[in-house]
Design a protein around this ligand. Sequence first.
Ligand SMILES: Nc1ncnc2c1ncn2[C@@H]1O[C@H](COP(=O)(O)OP(=O)(O)O)[C@@H](O)[C@H]1O
Ligand SMILES: [Mg+2]
Length: 404
Amino acid sequence: MDCCFPCLRGAKKKEKQPPEKPQIRPASVVDAEKPKQRPSSSVTKQDSFDFNMESANKGIVLSNGSGHNQIAAQTFSFRDLAAATSNFRADCLLGEGGFGRVYRGYLDSVSQVVAIKQLDRNGLQGNREFLVEVLMLSLLHHPNLVSLIGYCADGDQRLLVYEYMPLGSLEDHLHDPSPDKARLDWNTRMKIAAGAAKGLEYLHDASPPVIYRDLKCSNILLGERYHPKLSDFGLAKLGPIGDKTHVSTRVMGTYGYCAPEYAMTGQLTLKSDIYSFGVVLLEIITGQRAIDNTRAGGEQNLVAWARPLFKDRRKFPLMADPALEGQYPPRGLYQALAVAAMCVQEQPSMRPLIGDVVTALTYLASQTYDPEAHANSHLVAPGTPPRTRTRIRSHGAADQRGSG
Ligand SMILES: Nc1ncnc2c1ncn2[C@@H]1O[C@H](COP(=O)(O)OP(=O)(O)O)[C@@H](O)[C@H]1O
Ligand SMILES: [Mg+2]
């Protein structure tokens, strides 16, 4: 087997799809009509997008490098979006995040239920995130990324219109269970983890690679049959190109998901996303939050709690979400925890590439667990690989982008 996780013997290396790499050429972002005012001061050269709000109001056309396939994000007036949400009525509120509120609405013009995010009017930073999100989502298209239908930049209003994801966020299902939500079973959890990894793989495989920077459970949205999609691209960043190993940025992201080296130095690599992915995977397996202030001191940070347990596989069943009620495949639990442990390693160069994570999780998701067949077998299964420290394929030389 070619995967870097030896505990997943039997997992077949996924057949590589024909390359689907989006080519991102920031310099070729063009105004739909005639350009060419100076870029708005809210978008720095560092963000590399030559863009201004006047062009935003006319409609954006981006080149994805293929010479065709130009994608226009639709523009909506504030009036359209107010009508769609009955004036942003409280009972249309889907959720509230760090950058604004999200409402459910129905847009007559596209005959579609949508989710509308109204960004807080918090000056330059909010404006920058709005622009980055519109541009990224206009270029990036994948079954595991949420689709942007359009946006509104009327006056100082900034709103984003997304496809509506009927099952809400992974966070709601893991951490905010309610009687109307079914408990996530093991198979569904692995399917969500594999799908989220595929979305991240698409970003990392773009040219130049895109570092997502805000991977967390509330940004994994769920469609019909729990099909997962990554959302929230306001913090996304074009990754290093050429010989560079990192990009330097202000530290942004969410406490508990941020890779330690990024939090300390501001040096961002693809491996920062892998760390955040490992935290999400740990949440999926354990049902615990990345940070839980209700727990005892040493246990508040999920990774700090998990690290000593990773060293002793007899402790692995203690890490399974009690809400699973023992209904998980012991070997699958071991393997999923091994993947999570690799992703949250302190040393970024020791973390796997996303392609290997996708291979491992796609395999785990394909191993459908039948609780009936496994009744009373949630102790360590015979044949579970004997070591918790797994061999890591050396990526250093080949991966100029990621180690850092
Ligand atoms: N496209 C969407 N479809 C359905 N619900 C959504 C959508 N986008 C966001 N939400 C809901 O709104 C919540 C707030 O979203 P967001 O502003 O992205 O903040 P955060 O990611 O910090 O929670 C999400 O956690 C989710 O429950
Ligand atoms: Mg979000």
